[in-house]
Design a binder for this molecule. Sequence first.
Ligand SMILES: [Zn+2]
Length: 349
Amino acid sequence: MQYLELLKSLCNAFGPPGFEDDVRTLIRQQVIRLVDRIEEDAIGNLTAWKEGKSERVVMLDAHTDEVGILISHVDEKGFLRFAPLGGWDVRLFPGARIKLLGKGGFVYGTIGFAPPHLTKLEEHSKAIPAENLAIDVGVSSKQEAFDLGIQPGTPGLLDGDFIELPNGRLLGKAFDDRAGCMVAIAVLQQLKGKKLPFTLAVNFATSEELGLRGAKVAAFRIEPTIALVLESTTAGDFPGVAEYQSPCKLGAGVAITVADRTMVTSPRMLRFLQETAQKHNVPYQLKQPLFGGTNAGEIHLSRSGVLTGVLAAPARYIHGPSTIIDQKDLESQIALTLAALEEIPGKLF
Ligand SMILES: [Zn+2]
């Protein structure tokens, strides 16, 4: 895939909710020559504007944040307690590699726990309670931690390298939603030099993982007529998960959301997306209801309402440091977004 290096740098960038400067810097470099202007608001949304032949606005949205952690306490021995930022499965915490934003650069460590040799056998089959976990960054005092810039409020994440797997699959952290950011940038690259019949506002949204916070503010400011949210979503094709309980699967094409916990897609938008995929021969699947939620939840309720759709890349082990996605799905996500932008003026205006 043409955009692999871009995706790699986006995924490896540091961006817990509210601390997405690295991601925004990367995006800014990528889009500056592709759009007419870039706008950043007070809470951290970055919006790239591409002026068209009319002032009617179509919005694309991808969020820049990833699930992270926040240091809550540093003890006298230099062990760190933390709070989750976003929807974590806390069973992933013990033994995870941690990357914290210190004052002189990143600080690395692990989420430590009492070793199995020192705990009772009957406890080994249970999840370790959060109060028995503490981050160890190698320091041995509160002062040493402080000298590295670590104090309550220091952000961090569970680290995971970006690695190419067989069959075009990719392993890494933060595909939710840097994959969507990559797709949005790819779409802007493909549209370079073209004057669209509408103005395109591509919003790179902050703090989705804390409850769709950035998109709420961005949609109000942008005032779109139509919006498409570019996301990553839970793939449930894994041993032990029944097919009827799995929202979508890897490699079967871009997932079109039917309904989730934050929005029921309007029949008009759903029909439009399906017909567009069929007309343009883009592989797609319907994401089974009623799992998850996206920025569409806020965008479709903005002002007097916005016709909104969600196009997502299926991702296994989402909200973990070792998520797997399929490049074919990303290609169909790019293709369907471009096809939808082409068909919107005739079909939805
Ligand atoms: Zn997401």
